[in-house]
Design a protein around this ligand. Structure first.
Ligand SMILES: C[S@@+](CC[C@H](N)C(=O)[O-])C[C@H]1O[C@@H](n2cnc3c(N)ncnc32)[C@H](O)[C@@H]1O
Length: 314
């Protein structure tokens, strides 16, 4: 493992993550030091995925289908970056990390539904959801950051996602602006400390501190409560982050449970994950939290993710 990476680790980080992972802590670090495997998600609304894969393989790329998402492929090798091709510009595929495809699969969008994606930019999950809906129904894709909304617009246009309305507001205000009980499904892929993305950039490790985690956790709880309010009774919400921090994951979901939310089981074939943790520091989240999903980088050789499926009672 890289000595530079090890030197960046703060003693409090090591203490907490050794406690969380036990003997697997060293394995986590070794995966954090490894470059992630790039992957793409082929857009079946624009192109036959078999045609796209054959075309790329004839030109020298070697692709491997992702076991949990049939239109997703890991890029084992290739002559150039897949973001540079004309097919990328045409929206035939989106360069998206394999674990990032999981929250939309858990949300399981259907044609005709009304869906909110509260923190949507750059739009990898919005465009995936749109394709899963076959462009039928409506997605409201929101982000607070103007320059990131520009990127979101560009990606939605490139992928041809016809059923997306874009809004720009602080997600904490969404229920006061749009109303309560209106969406069939809601995705909150929350801003987070990004510890699951350390394989991509070590910046998250340098920025990590208990104080910064607590600060972002407060924002996540407010966003989650606002998102939950917009959900119809009986509707489903996915809360996801690309971090491993319990205060940004189980703690946030626990706050929704206190507001009456029900946690649902998650079933995905071909994916390894761990149950959400029941206790952390001085908090007890209860047994239901075990239905939520922790994905460590070493589980499937991806980035790290946390995903919870939440139902609003009727
Ligand atoms: C993890 S990223 C979302 C990634 C996106 N879902 C995707 O798959 O491409 C989190 C996003 O939350 C946005 N964000 C941060 N604070 C927000 C807030 N208060 N309201 C709405 N969006 C916010 C950020 O600008 C960022 O684009």
């Amino acid at each position: 493992m890289s000595i530079i990476l090890k030197e960046m680790i703060k003693p409090e980080f090591e203490k907490r993550y050794r406690k969380l992972l036990g003997e697997e802590y060293e394995i986590l670090l070794s995966f954090m030091a490894k470059k992630p495997i790039p992957s793409i998600r082929v857009n079946p609304m624009k192109v036959d995925p078999n045609w796209m894969v054959e075309k790329l393989e004839r030109l020298g790329w070697r692709l491997q289908q992702i076991s949990w998402y049939g239109n997703g492929y890991r890029v084992i090798e290739g002559p150039e970056r897949l973001g540079n091709t004309e097919w990328h510009q045409l929206g035939f595929y989106y360069v998206q990390e394999a674990a990032s495809m999981i929250p939309p699969i858990v949300l399981s969008p259907k044609s005709g539904e009304k869906i909110l994606d509260l923190a949507a930019s750059p739009g990898s999950k919005t465009t995936q959801i749109s394709e899963m809906m076959k462009y039928e129904g409506v997605i409201v894709a929101n982000d607070v950051n103007p320059s990131r909304v520009d990127t979101l617009i560009a990606n939605i246009q490139r992928m041809g996602s016809l059923n997306v309305i874009i809004t720009m507001m602080d997600g904490r205000l969404v229920s006061s602006r749009l109303g309560h009980d209106i969406f069939d499904k809601v995705l909150l892929d929350a801003p987070c400390s990004s510890l699951g993305e350390i394989r991509r950039s070590w910046g998250a490790l340098a920025r990590w501190s208990p104080k910064s985690v607590s600060k972002i956790s407060r924002l996540q709880v407010s966003l989650a409560k606002a998102a939950y309010r917009t959900l119809k009774p009986g509707g489903l919400m996915v809360y996801s982050t690309c971090t491993l921090e319990p205060k940004e994951n189980e703690w946030v979901v626990y706050n929704l449970m206190k507001a009456g939310a029900i946690i649902e089981d998650i079933h995905i074939k071909g994916l390894k994950w761990r149950s959400g943790i029941e206790r952390w520091l001085s908090w007890e989240f209860g047994g239901e939290i075990r239905k939520t999903m922790r994905i460590y980088p070493q589980d499937n050789d991806t980035l790290g993710f946390y995903v919870a499926l939440i139902r609003k009672p009727m």
